[in-house]
Ligand binder design. Sequence first.
Ligand SMILES: NC(=O)C1=CN([C@@H]2O[C@H](COP(=O)(O)OP(=O)(O)OC[C@H]3O[C@@H](n4cnc5c(N)ncnc54)[C@H](O)[C@@H]3O)[C@@H](O)[C@H]2O)C=CC1
Ligand SMILES: O=C1[C@@H](O)[C@H](O)[C@@H](O)[C@H](O)[C@H]1O
Length: 339
Amino acid sequence: MSELLGVAVLGAGHMGADHVRRLDRVVSGARVAAVADPDAERAKAAVAGMDGVATHTEAEAALDAPGVEAVLIASPGEAHEEALLAAFARGLPVLCEKPMVPGSAGALRVVEAEARLGRRLAQIGFMRRYDAEYRQLKSLLDGGRLGRPLMLHCTHRNVASPPGFTSAMLVESSVSHEIDAARWLLGQELTAVTVLRPRPSAGAPEGLLDPQFVLFETEGGALVDVEVFVNCGFGYEVRCEAVCEAGSARIGDAHTMVVTEAGGSREEVPQDYLVRFADAYDREVQAWVDATRRGRVTGASAWDGYAASAVAEAGVRALETGVRTAVDLAGRPALYDPS
Ligand SMILES: NC(=O)C1=CN([C@@H]2O[C@H](COP(=O)(O)OP(=O)(O)OC[C@H]3O[C@@H](n4cnc5c(N)ncnc54)[C@H](O)[C@@H]3O)[C@@H](O)[C@H]2O)C=CC1
Ligand SMILES: O=C1[C@@H](O)[C@H](O)[C@@H](O)[C@H](O)[C@H]1O
């Protein structure tokens, strides 16, 4: 391994360009070795001002570029399976943005491919596991002071959805974060999903079922509800309240600045995830670089990515049918047994 881990970044859009900046200027121990995006101008713009970073229009060309020792996948979800399998074929450690692969069949192919290798190479970009408030909540729940968790009430609001965002993507893309956070916080699998929807907001694009109310059941008998509203228009709001047998705990209210002027006070609300979860992304990528340099893999695994996709798939079916839908989860390969 070189002194600085050489990373190929696949996808130079919203997240990819931010990860390129992060690898170049924020985290230690890594450097951007190559960037790939079919949009050549986007790739070039992402590395503007950086010395000697080759850009490519083909992902595989970036994986094979000199000095590449690890991969960060930030292309759209549909491109992740091919990229993950190409990284595995080269033995390259990967940090892959969520969703790992939309759809459980493709996600399972990734799990099976990694299990065949017999060692973990992939970490999935569920960055809430690195957010200070989520970590605080996790250690409170694990400590047991509040007793057993009975319910999680979650809110996930975006100011506006990007072009092409579909009703299924509210569950597959947005709620995938709550799916992973709930599995991680509770240490339980989610077993069934029901999706209710109020009248769509007039602020949502024509035809988009937004907002939605998603209810998960867990194997331990807890309930997790999520209000997901991706065109709320007013702010990026992510909250989670855990209701336990002996108390409750809520996170998600701390990310504000209170501005007082001219006899009044106003709380500022973050407008997107790059602001709200900036520290979490930084910690996630730093932890990935550090672990990779030690030859280890930490964070959400390919199995966690698969489980999130399987639960989301049941959620999309529940949205389409209006019927409570059981989650169909494959058996977990021994590679992913808790250590
Ligand atoms: N962790 C988080 O909070 C967030 C994660 N994401 C995830 O990040 C990924 C990218 O999302 P955005 O940056 O918002 O999308 P985007 O649309 O802004 O950027 C995607 C880029 O990938 C490029 N691309 C398309 N096919 C490609 C391929 N085969 N190889 C390499 N590049 C390819 C596109 O030309 C585009 O520049 C998605 O998986 C998304 O779900 C997105 C937003 C927040
Ligand atoms: O992952 C993300 C986006 O892909 C998704 O579209 C948003 O709803 C989430 O808030 C964001 O964190």
